[in-house]
Design a protein. Structure first.
Length: 240
């Protein structure tokens, strides 16, 4: 029986595209070695995913500090080191900080990192949690922070501010909050709203409650106990 010979299908370079690409990673590209190429590839992934990285500050330079990411020298500008202004970067040497990659440019060997965005996000989440724990009906102490035409902003501590609308400041109708309040004044307020991170406050509600309490404590004597005779009127009168 005659054996049939099959003609091999011609293979083009396209068929080896993936293999060639992988081989380039191993060989480097002539300008960058393999480790450098892989490091920048990983850094690019960090940039796109916004992954939080823990790095150690290994150097102090003008207007910032240095930290390594995948063996690549990264720069953290002083303005991106903390939420607060950093006057002196020297105490930061050797510290461990959490950062994100915010700029990665292999061709120009430029890697920029930031810790500030992470800290700001965490501060916002912490503030949201604190606000969510404030209950409607709760009575709090605060300080008048700012007066506007429509109300007074009251600082409640922990960087939380609530608004006391002009209609909630006084028992009487007032034209401007400054009629009843002044900035820096300590006040007691009642929480009447807590929605979407906004806290509504009232001074009026406490004043109304105080008036109601005073009225409840005031007793009018019954008519039979009220003396109306001349004897009652003059019994305690002493004549010389």
């Amino acid at each position: 029986m005659e054996e049939k010979l099959t003609t091999p299908v011609a293979e083009s370079m396209d068929d080896f595209g993936k293999e060639l690409e992988e081989s380039y990673k191993v060989m480097g590209d002539g300008e960058y070695d393999t480790d450098t190429l892989l490091a920048w590839q990983k850094i690019q992934e960090y940039l796109e995913s916004k992954e939080i990285l823990t790095v150690e500050i290994s150097g102090i330079v003008n207007k910032g500090v240095i930290a390594l990411v995948e063996g690549i020298r990264g720069f953290i500008p002083v303005s991106r080191l903390d939420i607060k202004h950093v006057e002196d970067t020297n105490p930061w040497l050797g510290r461990t900080v959490r950062v994100r990659v915010i700029q990665a440019d292999m061709e120009n060997n430029k890697l920029v990192l930031s810790a500030r965005e992470i800290l700001k996000e965490e501060a916002r989440e912490e503030k949201k949690l604190k606000i969510s724990n404030i209950k409607v009906g709760e009575v709090l102490e605060g300080t008048v922070e700012k007066l506007t035409d429509y109300g007074a902003f009251i600082a409640l501590g922990d960087d939380i501010t609530g608004l006391c609308h002009i209609s909630q400041i006084s028992l009487e109708k007032i034209k401007h909050p400054k009629v009843a309040l002044e900035e820096g004044q300590k006040v007691t307020v009642k929480v009447i709203k807590n929605q979407d991170g906004k806290v509504g406050l009232s001074i009026k509600a406490l004043l109304e409650a105080q008036v109601e309490e005073e009225e409840a404590d005031f007793e009018i004597p019954e008519s039979e106990n009220i003396g109306t005779s001349l004897g009652d009127l003059f019994k305690n009168l002493k004549l010389n």
